[in-house]
Write a new protein. Structure first.
Length: 63
């Protein structure tokens, strides 16, 4: 499935949520979609947990 089709399906899901459920449902669907996207990237191996949980080293500090 191409990224254009995936984007179209995501947009349609957000549109239906916004139309039938209001703005709160729109935000909920958008947030859950983002969580699903990140989880899918983890499962595909494109992201590592260390990208988000790695501490800053002392030499990296900017002033």
């Amino acid at each position: 499935m191409s990224m254009a089709v995936v984007g179209m399906v995501a947009g349609m899901a957000l549109a239906f949520a916004g139309y039938f459920g209001g703005f709160g449902a729109f935000l909920l669907v958008a947030a859950l979609g983002a969580v699903g996207f990140v989880a899918g990237r983890f499962l595909e191996g494109d992201l590592e947990p260390g990208y988000f949980f790695r501490g800053r080293e002392r030499g990296d500090r900017r002033r």
